[in-house]
Design a protein around this ligand. Structure first.
Ligand SMILES: [Mn+2]
Length: 287
């Protein structure tokens, strides 16, 4: 077996174990508060990195501006852009190293990695627990090439030269856009098996800003349609989008319901529930 020396090291008892890389985490927030403290910053997985930096990007007008600023400031080549309500388990660093080890072998030119992604023909890959949707996907071995990645967790290398589109507004679809940018540069994006918990606020109705991002991405990539994202399919005649908006009108005006449930306040209880549920779950659902 050929083993990349960059991806593995010999442990004290002479077993090959993946080297945990040094990494920067970039977390966009409106304001630093309890959600960040009780979720991402409480992640057991953070202790598993030899070196890591956390760049909290506060009160930026868009994800792209927040993330490009963080890329400039990052002292690490490997950078993970992550929601403040994501909790990384203790084995997350090992799962990430393993995925990067695989990619060193099969595609060292990779563009973007993420924990939840979807192919152009709408097959979803990843392994994640979502508050509200339950455990999605299951653990898998090799990273899977996808068309786009969900914004919950995105990973790239500063040295790749990939940057977010400064003109993409708000905080939606930047994961899709950067995967398409990577593809334009001949780099593939992959869903990796790196289980984590997303303690999200489950939306049923997407905000107006989402549809502005939809229009921007559609116009920019009109020659590449259809684009399958984790929450909507972007097509020439917008049928999936129109259908979704119709459902939203129904929910808002007839059912008078904007969302179901709320973020879990007791993160320990949520993680206990995840421990029981993460063995396997249904695949093929969006976050
Ligand atoms: Mn979130």
């Amino acid at each position: 077996m050929v083993v990349s020396t960059a991806a593995f090291r010999l442990s004290r008892n002479f077993i090959l174990v993946p080297t945990v890389p040094s990494i920067a985490f970039v977390v966009p927030v409106a304001i630093k508060g309890d959600v960040l403290r009780d979720n991402f910053l409480s992640s057991p997985g953070l202790a598993g990195f030899r070196d890591h930096e956390v760049l909290v990007q506060e009160n930026f007008p868009s994800a792209s501006l927040a993330f490009n600023d963080a890329i400039r400031r990052s002292g690490n080549d490997l950078i993970a852009f992550i929601h403040q309500d994501v909790i990384l388990p203790a084995n997350w660093p090992a799962q990430l190293s393993r995925a990067i080890g695989h990619l060193d072998q099969i595609d060292p030119n990779w563009g973007v990695l993420g924990c939840w992604g979807v192919t152009e023909d709408a097959n979803y890959y990843g392994h994640i627990h979502s508050n509200g949707l339950g455990t999605l996907g299951r653990a898998f071995e090799q990273p899977v090439p996808v068309q786009t990645l969900d914004e919950t967790v995105l990973i790239l290398r500063k040295s790749s030269g990939l940057r977010f589109d400064d003109k993409l507004p708000h905080f939606h679809l930047h994961g899709s856009d950067i995967c398409l940018e990577a593809a334009r540069q001949g780099r593939r994006s992959y869903a990796i098996s790196a289980f984590c918990t997303h303690n999200n606020f489950p939306y049923t109705i997407l905000p107006r800003e989402f549809y502005e991002c939809y229009s921007y991405v559609k116009l920019k990539w009109v020659a590449h349609l259809p684009i399958q994202t984790s929450c909507i399919r972007i097509t020439r005649f917008d049928f999936p989008m129109r259908w979704r908006r119709l459902q939203e009108v129904y929910l808002r005006h007839i059912r008078r319901k904007e969302s179901f449930g709320a973020r879990a306040q007791n993160v320990n209880a949520l993680l206990k529930e995840v421990g029981g549920a993460m063995i396997e779950g249904p695949a093929g659902r969006s976050l």
